[in-house]
Design a binder for this molecule. Structure first.
Ligand code: SF4
Ligand code: SF4
Length: 204
């Protein structure tokens, strides 16, 4: 056991009034205001473009700040060209999820082109920590977090329980280079995809 002595700092009577700290806070706020004011003035009035831009205020929610393409937000499920879900209900995302907030019920596909599809695909967004592991784990590029939906707010908890239909709504075809053929509207079988990705895979 480490025997550590805690030294208590004794405040002087002047420090106990808190005036020095209040004055210091006002000074910091005022200095930011005048520095930004000067930067805006120099850039916009004197056209000095080499000056560092001043801070701007974004009028949220009327204005929204642009976010990085790598930004992770609400999930969406991707579609195939025929409108069916790209998800093959392999459960990889559900297994990888550290918060156990993905709930999938697989079912057999009627046409036999793929083995399974998600009859149920729910995400409890209130448990999600937006780690992105589900996206990383997916072998089909079927789930993404690029909805850029910034307004994740509601008065009811049930609104954060997203079902398959919600996750598929407004989804687009994937733009992943692996699926270029699909974007041109050509039917691409899973075997063709494997052949494109791994040239040595037998085609029969
Ligand atoms: S982002 Fe992370 S916590 Fe959220 S559903 Fe995906 S794996 Fe789970
Ligand atoms: S979203 Fe991807 S990882 Fe999750 S079950 Fe569907 S295919 Fe598998």
């Amino acid at each position: 056991m480490i025997d550590k002595k805690v030294v208590r700092v004794r405040l002087s009577w002047w420090q106990k009034t808190y005036y020095p700290e209040v004055a210091r806070g006002l000074w910091i706020t005022a200095s930011h205001f005048f520095v930004n004011f000067a930067r805006h003035w120099m850039r916009h009035v004197f056209r000095m473009k080499s000056v560092t831009p001043g801070a701007v205020t974004i009028q949220y929610p009327e204005e929204k700040r642009p976010v990085s393409p790598r930004w992770r937000g609400r999930h969406r499920l991707m579609l195939r060209p025929d409108g069916s879900p790209r998800c093959v209900a392999c459960m990889m995302c559900e297994s990888a999820c550290p918060d156990e907030c993905i709930y999938i019920t697989p079912a057999e596909t009627p046409d036999g082109r793929v083995e399974k599809y998600p009859a149920v695909f729910d995400i409890d967004l209130l448990r999600c920590c937006f780690c992105g592991l589900c996206v990383e784990a997916c072998p089909e590029d079927a789930i993404r977090m690029d909805s850029f939906d910034l307004d994740l707010a509601s008065y009811a908890r049930k609104d954060f329980y997203l079902d398959r239909e919600f996750l598929l709504r407004n989804s687009e075809l994937t733009t992943h280079a692996q699926y270029d053929g699909e974007l041109e509207g050509r039917p691409v079988s899973r075997l063709n995809l494997l052949k494109d990705t791994h040239p040595t895979t037998p085609s029969g």
